[in-house]
Design a protein around this ligand. Structure first.
Ligand SMILES: [Fe+2]
Ligand SMILES: [Fe+2]
Length: 310
């Protein structure tokens, strides 16, 4: 019986690693064909086009509130610039964390494998994205829209602890899929600034590969994780990371750009049913997947609910 079980597990492992290599080879081929160089592919000399949005107004934090109604159209557009820059700047923060975790992951792999080579290639994508986001934020004076200092330090804990289990891939997927939802819609929105649309397009194309990679890794990590306390820890840890990411995307400092009191506006944003719907919409693709692979227990669900990701 034990021998049969061992044989089955070995077969499963072999099948898993063949699939892992197959996926990585496909992703490497796609990276070679469809990658951007934001230094060259974005016209950094062009300024903003007057009257165009920097992000979709309906997805902004104050949309539909009395505070929103009191803003002029010009102020709303100005705020859209600061909100999208904040999202990009927080995305950058997560990407830098992710690069550290991917490097730690690659350290344990055979560098001759397509899997390790793809992990390294993804680091390459993320370095270009982070420089692109930093440059974009700098252009509009928004590099100070970083996560709260406590979150910054918590990120270091996440980088150290998460790579030991499924929460690294789950946290990564939440960060990537929330942004993907927003950017996929934004890149096709003709009311938006050409630069916003191009940044979104570059990110959407390259992130689609990262999402595929992380989804399969999460499935594998969960299939290999059998110890109850560890599964519990990673489920809750991933939910906390997701909540922190969702709550950090738009910095309260953005509201000062249109003369609003940061505390009052933040409070209105968190209580805004429209923004709660937007948050659920951003989580609509990833949360059912987390559920499907067994990453959501009662505690995790309560955390996702608390921040309106479900
Ligand atoms: Fe990225
Ligand atoms: Fe990514």
């Amino acid at each position: 019986m034990t021998a049969v079980l061992a044989e089955n597990t070995a077969e499963l492992d072999a099948a898993g690693s063949t699939q892992r290599e197959k996926t990585a080879r496909r992703l490497l081929a796609s990276s070679a064909r469809y990658s951007y160089n934001p230094d060259l592919d974005i016209d950094w000399t062009s300024g903003p086009v007057e009257g165009m949005w920097h992000m979709q107004p309906e997805r902004m934090t104050l949309y539909g509130t009395p505070l929103w109604d009191a803003l002029t159209e010009e102020q709303r557009i100005e705020l859209s610039k600061h909100e999208v820059i904040s999202v990009a700047r927080v995305g950058l923060w997560f990407e830098v964390l992710l690069m550290g975790m991917l490097a730690a992951h690659a350290y344990n792999q055979d560098p001759a494998s397509a899997h390790a080579q793809y992990a390294l290639t993804e680091i390459g994508d993320e370095t270009r994205h982070s420089v692109m986001f930093a440059r974009w934020a700098d252009m509009y004076g928004g590099n100070h829209y970083k996560p709260h200092p406590v979150v910054h330090h918590l990120g270091k804990v996440f980088r150290l602890v998460a790579p030991t289990g499924p929460s690294m891939w789950a946290g990564t997927l939440v960060a990537e899929e929330l942004l993907d939802r927003l950017q996929r819609e934004g890149m096709n929105d003709e009311r938006m600034q050409p630069m916003s649309r191009m940044v979104a397009k570059i990110h959407v194309v390259e992130e689609a590969r990262h999402v595929r990679f992380a989804r399969e890794e999460l499935e594998r990590a969960m299939a290999q994780s059998h110890w109850g306390p560890s599964r519990y820890f990673h489920r809750v840890f991933a939910a906390v990371a997701a909540a922190v990411i969702a709550r950090s995307l738009v910095s309260p400092h953005v509201y000062a750009s249109v003369g609003l009191d940061e505390k009052t506006a933040r409070k209105a944003a968190l209580a805004n049913p429209n923004y709660q719907d937007t948050t659920r919409w951003m989580g609509e693709k990833i949360l059912p997947f987390l559920e499907e692979v067994g990453m959501v227990n009662r505690t995790a669900r309560a955390i996702y609910k608390f921040v309106h990701l479900v």
